[in-house]
Write a protein that binds this ligand. Sequence first.
Ligand code: SF4
Ligand code: SF4
Length: 236
Amino acid sequence: MPGIPKNTKTENERTLNFWERLYLPEIFKGLAYSFRKMIREPSYTTEYPDELWEPPDSYRGRPVLVEEEGKPRCVSCNLCAKACPPMAISMQSKEVDDPNSSKEREPAWFEINMLRCIYCGFCEEVCPEEAIVMSKEYDLTFQDRDEAIFGLDRLLVPSERLTDRLEYLEESRNQQENEEPWQHRKDNNLHSLRDREYVQDLAEHQMPTLKNTHLRSEQPIASENTWEGRPPSDHG
Ligand code: SF4
Ligand code: SF4
């Protein structure tokens, strides 16, 4: 009937005795257990920020760019920006003028909006150059939104300070037993390095299809064809 509360007690429910209905003995039992643990067990907490926590190498802190000899390792391929779920990465590429450089492009500017970053590590996962990696930094604070947009000045970290993470990546990417060690940078960056000897070797011995893609003539070949894409002789 409306207005009369329904008794939801099941038939098999245990009836509490007097002390159990007081609840106090159970509360004191719980407190005694906590005090025993406090005194006898080692402490699992640290006195942050006086005592900083050192994360393991597998930890995903803020993403940083690897700097080698004062320059970003990044070849500005834009893959990390495409893979970033919250679209936190922006960049602009520029050509490298130095003919001795192994790179064709590098970032003119590169930014990560740390208010958007969710520390997922996808950028690190897709980067063919191991040029962006997750660091061990976790205590970021900002006074305003602009301060949270990190440019090259705050993103670049010398590779010597990132050896833990780079070694961890190499180890985790070579988990297969009895397999040739996978050199992530070399095996991935055919598109970006001018290492034509290596590509030639691959095309001759392992990947013949590379001849049509990576080993095209340095000169343009379009002028040899009609605009329909067939050599003039085909027209008769
Ligand atoms: S860690 Fe994830 S969210 Fe952060 S920049 Fe990289 S891809 Fe984007
Ligand atoms: S994926 Fe790597 S090489 Fe490509 S733009 Fe991002 S950081 Fe640079």
